[in-house]
Design a protein around this ligand. Structure first.
Ligand code: FES
Ligand code: FES
Length: 190
């Protein structure tokens, strides 16, 4: 089947999608966007988190057909998405730009380091919240959604919002620091 949907603000289509295929598979293997990570494929780790019509979801649990006609935001489009929200500008991220994102300036696919960054991405770097980085794309998408919904989250709010995202490296404290930092910068208009 063919799936037509919006990815990072631009219309896209994926062909030859079979019924059991996940949105994660389509993003990574058919659209060439490997930022969303594939770890458990069981909805347990959150490394595959994307926004679907604004809501954070585990893309490994979403059938690709369910994305028909809907809006998906991946970590590759997070910078544009955040800019659109905060500055009212940005036209989304073309598939080509999203695919080249990690090559641009030596950009790291996990953090976006070296390319255009969303404030939450910069905060993760500044707070030292990235170690192996496998969990990072999902955490960035989930954290950005939290800060959009709740600009001044309490620690309990942050823990709850990120409770579906597992990290084996950091012990979570630096991730908490990163979200607190991004929230503080956001409230100061930095
Ligand atoms: S890969 Fe989707 S939740 Fe782990
Ligand atoms: S930084 Fe390694 S799993 Fe989170």
């Amino acid at each position: 089947m063919r799936v037509n949907f919006t990815v990072n603000g631009r219309p896209q289509q994926a062909d030859d999608v079979w019924e059991g295929e996940s949105l994660l598979y389509v993003l990574r293997e058919r659209l060439g966007l490997p930022g969303s990570k594939n770890a458990c494929e069981q909805g347990e780790c959150g490394s595959c988190t994307v926004r679907l019509d604004g809501v954070p979801v585990c893309s490994c649990l979403v059938a690709a057909g369910q994305a028909e006609g809907r809006d998906v935001v991946t970590v590759e489009g997070l910078a544009d998405y955040a800019r659109q929200r905060t500055q009212g500008e940005g036209e989304g991220t073309s598939l080509d730009a999203a695919q080249r994102w990690q090559a641009a300036g030596g950009t790291d696919s996990r953090t976006g380091e070296g390319g255009a960054l969303a404030p939450i991405q910069q905060a993760f770097i500044d707070a030292g919240a990235v170690q192996c980085g496998f969990c990072t794309p999902g955490l960035l998408v989930a954290s950005d959604e939290l800060l959009e919904r709740n600009p001044n989250p309490s620690d309990a709010d942050i823990r709850e919002a990120l409770s579906g995202n597992l990290c084996r490296c950091t012990g979570y404290e630096k991730i908490m620091d990163a979200v607190r930092l991004a929230a503080a910068r956001q409230s100061e208009g930095v």
